[in-house]
Write a protein that binds this ligand. Structure first.
Ligand code: PMP
Length: 354
């Protein structure tokens, strides 16, 4: 039986994608060859890469606006340093809204001065810092749109005169934003986009070429752009499955349609958290993520019973991250509304029984 998968990432992808992806391992496009055994320079794969690059821009509404899309390796963690390598000459401004932002700050400090303009570390990152200014003399501003571990999400982004860099690993393709306000967006694939192994990087080309340091080829966005994201062998299968997932998203009606679904799912779960006295949300209400909902039991004594109930209901991956504890329900694009209803039913059953 298919589980209701709330994993934080890698995570659930659409069932149709799993089917098509498995077929391509056996025989890709009736070629008599597996997608895993063809050259990355073959027309079959170059077509995959080109469509993946253009579809990512299309879904975000960024075609013909000076942006280039890349599918790189090394995860979002590689982008923590690659961003600074390519953009940080003297000083950059960072918003510290969680563990991943802290890691990005640590890497950037190897390249220049980092000004942390706002932080929510004082309350274990349970809210999004607000009321901060981004100075006009920094090379760029870096933020994390969705904090996967803590379950907070930026609803507003500051107006700045400097380039905006955003780690969208855990909410890319999940909600409508004016993506043209961002100059560099990166996202590890393994949430809404596809399997682990590739990272989408979307760059406004005109922000590059400003730093004076020499950049090793593999770290240089310009090199990857110049080679159409094929400077070295890309993660062919991860890019292919990401393409299938993006095609699926387009068929659903794109980001606008999936956002409506995501809002419904989040509303269903958060209303149960608020109404049920046995549960308490972890984050400030106004900053709640529609992707990752974090919550705790109000009575620790019910833990064993609740854990057994949700596992018996076929739910997987609900345990919170060790730095927060409690529970985390990750409701990425491919998680059906019915799965959220199952969880909500288990939560209200617990209230009835307790
Ligand atoms: N940023 C965010 C917001 C994340 O959730 C994660 C991990 N899931 C990362 C960065 C690190 O990603 P990776 O494991 O691909 O390096």
């Amino acid at each position: 039986m298919k589980k209701h998968n709330y994993s934080a990432g890698p995570c659930i992808l659409p069932q149709e994608v799993f089917k098509e992806a498995s077929q391509a391992i056996l025989d890709y496009n009736n070629s008599g060859l597996s997608i895993l055994e063809i050259s990355h320079r073959s027309k079959d794969f170059v077509d995959v890469m080109e469509e993946a690059r253009s579809l990512s821009l299309e879904l975000l509404g960024l075609e013909n606006k000076g942006y280039k899309a890349l599918f790189l390796q090394g995860g979002a963690s590689m982008q923590f340093l690659m961003v600074a390598y390519n953009l940080l000459e003297k000083k950059a401004a960072y918003l510290n809204s969680g563990t991943w932002a802290s890691k990005a700050i640590k890497e950037a400090k190897l390249f220049g001065e980092v000004q942390v303009v706002g932080s929510s570390e004082d309350k274990n990152f349970s809210y999004i810092p607000k009321k901060y200014d981004v100075p006009g003399d920094v090379d760029y501003f870096h933020c994390t749109s969705n904090n996967t571990i803590f379950g907070t999400q930026m609803k507003k982004f500051p107006k700045t005169a400097v380039p905006v860099v955003c780690d969208m690993s855990s909410d890319i393709f999940s909600r409508q934003l004016d993506f043209s306000k961002f100059d560099l967006i990166y996202a590890g694939a393994q949430k809404n986009m596809g399997p682990a192994g590739t990272t989408l990087v979307i760059i406004k080309e005109d922000i590059l070429g400003e730093v004076s340091r020499k950049i090793p080829s593999m770290m240089d966005y310009k090199v990857h752009i110049g080679k159409d994201s094929m400077f070295n062998t890309p993660a062919v299968y991860a890019v292919y499955v990401s393409l299938l997932t993006m095609r699926w998203l387009k068929e659903q009606g794109g980001i606008k349609a999936i956002e409506e679904q995501n809002e419904k799912k989040a509303q269903l779960l958060y209303s149960e958290i608020d109404i049920n006295p046995l549960f308490k949300g972890f984050t400030a209400k106004e900053d709640r993520s529609i992707m990752n909902a974090t919550f705790n039991l109000t009575k620790d004594s019910l833990k064993d019973e609740f854990d057994k109930m949700w596992k018996d209901a076929g739910i997987n991956g609900l345990n919170g991250h060790r730095s927060v504890g409690g529970y985390r329900a990750s409701m990425y694009n491919a998680l059906p509304l019915e799965s959220v209803q199952i969880l909500v039913d288990v939560m209200s059953d617990l209230e009835r029984k307790a």
